[in-house]
Ligand binder design. Structure first.
Ligand SMILES: [Zn+2]
Length: 283
């Protein structure tokens, strides 16, 4: 670490100056506010819309150092200059880790508000960039991949985990689930992709969602007194079978993440995919 990482204007990439109420760009004259002491480095930000301290506090608190994700752990161990996108309520506080999110969920867990499509940092500011369950919430994930490439130094790396088989979720919206190939393609222009595949770092329970929806339907039919007795009998049998199958699945899921037994099936139903990629030298 060579001192704090400078903020720059997401519009024109000029280094920002601190003002009594936030930051300002001397070049394009854009002013940036703060929200409860957290700099909001998004042009024309609607502070009320990004303030989720009262209404959006359903995220779990976590520590990015406690996830067991190898590339994240390695970057922390090296003392890399690290950028986290969608940090939410990440409690990991360190000088070399810059935690950003599009929303303020709690002021103790966030260093600044930023938009992943237009990051407020100069080119080459970081050695490592990571995001967990963020890319499905980006309206233009290819722009975010370009921005990650820009703020990384050549040879720096990134880790991205994104939803694959997950139902609609999250605030403010959910745009694109990614296949392994789709996530890989987002990074191929500017990165050497080192690893891509289904992720172990997302709750396996997510893969049970289709079964849970079938159980809902079965229970509605089971409890429908107007349905024919045969329909209700079938629905009760289906409900029980799905419950048993779900319990068995969760016990098997860990084994399925290991090659080779079950791995090809797991790839098709994994709740999330991930990619590790290294920033290529500019040509
Ligand atoms: Zn500017």
């Amino acid at each position: 670490v060579t001192g704090p990482i400078a903020f720059c204007c997401p519009r024109c990439h000029t280094t920002l100056a601190a003002t009594p109420t936030g930051h300002a760009c001397a070049s394009c004259t854009t002013a940036y506010d703060a929200l409860a002491g957290v700099p909001v480095l998004v042009p024309d930000a609607d502070l009320a819309a990004i303030d989720l301290r009262e209404t959006g506090g359903h995220l779990p608190t976590y520590d990015c150092a406690g996830m067991g994700i190898p590339s994240v752990d390695a970057a922390l161990a090296r003392g890399d200059r690290i950028l986290e996108l969608g940090a939410g309520l990440d409690s990991h506080r360190a000088e070399n880790v810059v935690r950003t999110d599009a929303f303020v969920y709690g002021t103790d867990h966030l260093d600044l508000v930023a938009d992943a499509h237009a990051l407020p940092f100069a080119a080459g500011s970081f050695d490592f960039v990571f995001s967990l369950a963020v890319f499905e919430h980006l309206h233009s994930p290819w722009l975010a991949a370009k921005e990650i490439a820009r703020v990384l130094r050549p040879g720096g790396s990134c880790y991205t985990l994104a939803a694959f088989q997950q139902p609609l979720h999250g605030y403010p919206d959910h745009y694109f689930n990614a296949t392994e190939s789709g996530l890989r393609r987002l990074f191929e222009d500017d990165f050497e992709v080192q690893e891509a595949g289904p992720s172990r770092f997302c709750p396996h329970r997510q893969s049970l969602e289709p079964g849970l929806r079938m159980r809902e339907m079965a229970r509605e039919l089971r409890d429908d007194a107007t349905a024919p007795w045969r329909t209700r009998w079938r629905a009760r049998r289906l409900d029980r079978a799905l419950m048993t199958a779900g319990q068995q699945f969760l016990q098997l899921a860990d084994d399925m993440t290991r090659r080779p037994v079950g791995y090809e099936s797991w790839r098709r139903i994994a709740p999330a995919v991930e990619v590790v990629a290294v920033r290529r030298d500019a040509r």
